[in-house]
Unconditional design. Structure first.
Lengths: 560, 80
């Protein structure tokens, strides 16, 4: 059932998924929640924040039901008690000890393995470990082949049976636009470049590793993003961790979001700057920190900070939330600080033509000082890039640790990026790229809407292709992974320490490569598994978005 | 057919119990231990309820009826 385009007779408040027309989305519009009139009006009011947003911003994090929270703690309590029992048995040699421990002669030395810190790993993670590190043996497209494995000693060791589980529906790969393929134009071009250049570069950017392909790729990336210049790096993680130290140092201030990725945290710590953390996506918290920084300056000397850098991500992969970029940019301009935007998950996945979160909000790319992203997610390749003003990129070419010490991108990988980027921009003459972006937006909306209708608790923004489905109880983490694999669907489940202890979840990554039939199959199985495991916790009561006054006593301050 | 439905439903309830108390991830001997302890505690709770709740309710009702019914008499009631 297709809804007619351009909304016959409806005014411009008709929501558009990434600028694409909606098809058959009758149930949810503008973040309406069925059955609760107050919630509807609240969300309506909050999303149009002073005219900064040109489109409705629908983000929701439903509260954990009280009973579920209590039962989760009960479950963790039981597991902790049994953990202590097992540790006791292992200590007194009643049971065989599988994990690493020192030799007898070294028992009196300073401990090499901190036994208590690994309590969680030994006693909880090991029991459900078979849901992680599964070996796949084909290209991670919409469907993937997996090696079957068994464990005879409760997940301490695994044995491969030799059988291959074919055509497992892949809901875990970051394959947002479907470029992870081993057929098609990308593959042909990459194969040609492989015969021409070989696979390895064998040098760093500054020495002999600067190929003509690098220059070509960087010009293309700069054109794609709409910035003056760009620089590419071999590894996405190291793009963050090696370049933030080059940009800021001692005497600078970093304001980083609570839920930033490990690479950003590592880069911030390595830089030696002072780090202050603001609550996740909370603009009041950020403004308070900025005000304090400007008014009070550095801690003891009261001198002004040399630089203030705000670190945010485009899409946060554990929550599925999108950064409130218009407000961040407004704050940045008001307090004269710099903005570092990590678009690892949002480049290619958001925006009308896939240019990322800047295009999604309709902002000017020049407002973001440092635009960072990776090629691993939407482009099906590897590596990262940083885009910005020409002076910035020229500075990074000489001062970035990655440029000096790390090997540059490999030629076939670069060709994959070049072809996929040209495809997304439409420069290869087809509309394949634009269709992919549109299909991703439709798939995202459809998937999220159906899951919410079924009664699951889903976190995050309506337009984000990362869909976290809440599981909460530790036994359900393992059960969910196994049940879905039995039904030939591969999912990624996440627990502590990547998430808060009671908020464990299953994270789905919707892809443009998923057809509607695949999504319907997955939704049908999710319905079954949801009923089997009792996962439909939602009471359709959304927490209103965070426009409440900020609580002064709750932000942390870390100084080095 | 009904027996089968009933059996399936009971098995599903047992599965929920395993999931909520995290017995699902424990090894069989740990599960047996947990079931034993749980059933023991539950049996003790049921026994305590059976033995003591009627007597306590009876006493409470007598106390309040004495209090409300006859306010001139002494409020201390001697029980047997």
């Amino acid at each position: 059932m297709e809804r007619p385009e351009q909304g016959l007779g409806e005014p411009d408040s008709h929501p558009r998924a990434n600028g694409c027309s909606l098809t058959g989305h009758g149930a949810l519009r503008n973040g309406y929640v069925r059955g609760l009139p107050e919630a509807e009006t609240q969300i309506h009011h909050i999303t149009h924040n002073g005219g900064l947003y040109k489109r409705p911003f629908n983000e929701a994090f439903e509260e954990t039901p009280m009973l579920v929270a209590v039962l989760t703690y009960v479950g963790y309590g039981v597991l902790t008690l049994f953990g202590y029992l097992r540790d006791f048995l292992r200590q007194w040699k009643i049971e065989k000890c599988h994990h690493a421990s020192e030799r007898e002669e070294q028992k009196d030395f300073v401990p090499l393995y901190q036994d208590f810190e690994n309590f969680y790993t030994r006693n909880l993670y090991m029991r459900i470990r078979d849901s992680w590190n599964r070996a796949i043996c084909s290209v991670p497209g919409a469907k993937v082949d997996m090696l079957e494995r068994l464990s005879h000693d409760y997940n301490w060791t695994f044995a491969y049976t030799g059988r291959v589980i074919k055509d497992v529906i892949n809901m875990g790969s970051y394959n947002y636009l479907g470029f992870a393929q081993n057929t098609g134009i990308c593959k042909e071009a990459a194969a040609k470049v492989l015969t021409q250049y070989g696979a390895g570069v064998c040098s760093t950017r500054q020495e002999m590793g600067n190929l003509d392909k690098h220059e070509e790729l960087e010009k293309l990336v700069a054109r794609f993003l709409g910035v003056e210049a760009a620089m590419t790096y071999g590894m996405g993680f190291s793009t963050n961790s090696m370049n933030i130290p080059a940009l800021v140092g001692k005497g600078c201030l970093i304001l980083s979001d609570e839920l930033n990725h490990a690479s950003l945290v590592l880069g911030a710590r390595l830089s030696g700057a002072t780090i202050r953390i603001f609550k996740h996506n909370n603009m009041q918290s950020l403004e308070k920190l900025l005000k304090d920084a400007i008014v009070h300056g550095q801690p003891r000397t009261r001198r002004p900070w040399k630089k203030i850098l705000i670190l945010v991500e485009g899409i946060y992969s554990m929550e599925g939330s999108i950064v409130r970029l218009p407000e961040v940019v407004a704050l940045k301009k008001k307090y004269k600080s710099y903005l570092y935007l990590d678009e690892a998950h949002s480049i290619g996945a958001l925006g009308l033509t896939g240019r990322g979160v800047v295009e999604y909000f309709g902002l000017n790319p020049e407002d973001v000082d440092v635009m960072m992203g990776t090629f691993t997610k939407s482009f099906g390749a590897a590596g990262g890039y940083i885009g910005g003003k020409k002076e910035l990129i020229d500075y990074l070419r000489t001062h970035s640790h990655s440029a000096v010490y790390a090997t540059s991108l490999s030629p076939p990988v670069m060709e994959q990026i070049l072809i996929s980027m040209k495809c997304i921009m439409g420069e290869d003459g087809t509309t394949f790229g634009k269709d992919c972006v549109q299909r991703l937006a439709e798939n995202t909306r459809y998937f999220r809407r159906r899951l919410k209708e079924m009664g699951f608790i889903i976190y995050g923004n309506e337009d984000s292709p990362v869909v976290p489905l809440m599981l909460y109880m530790p036994a359900k983490i393992g059960a969910f992974g196994r049940e879905m694999l039995k039904r030939n669907i591969g999912v990624v489940v996440v627990g502590f320490p990547a998430t808060p202890i009671i908020e464990s979840r299953a994270r789905f990554c919707v892809s443009a490569a998923h057809t509607k039939e695949i999504l319907d199959t997955v939704l049908k199985e999710l319905d079954e598994v949801g009923d089997l495991l009792q996962l439909k916790y939602s009471r359709h009561r959304l927490v209103p978005l965070l426009d409440r006054p900020f609580d002064e006593t709750t932000y942390e301050e870390t100084e080095d | 057919m009904d027996i089968k439905h009933a059996k399936d439903y009971l098995y599903w309830l047992y599965y929920q119990y395993l999931l909520i108390t995290c017995c699902y991830v424990l090894e069989p001997w740990e599960q047996s231990m947990f079931h034993t302890i749980f059933i023991t505690v539950f049996a003790m709770v049921v026994y305590t309820a059976y033995v003591f709740i009627p007597i306590h309710i009876h006493l409470a009702l007598e106390f309040f009826s004495q209090l409300l019914g006859d306010q001139r008499e002494s409020t201390v009631a001697i029980m047997k």
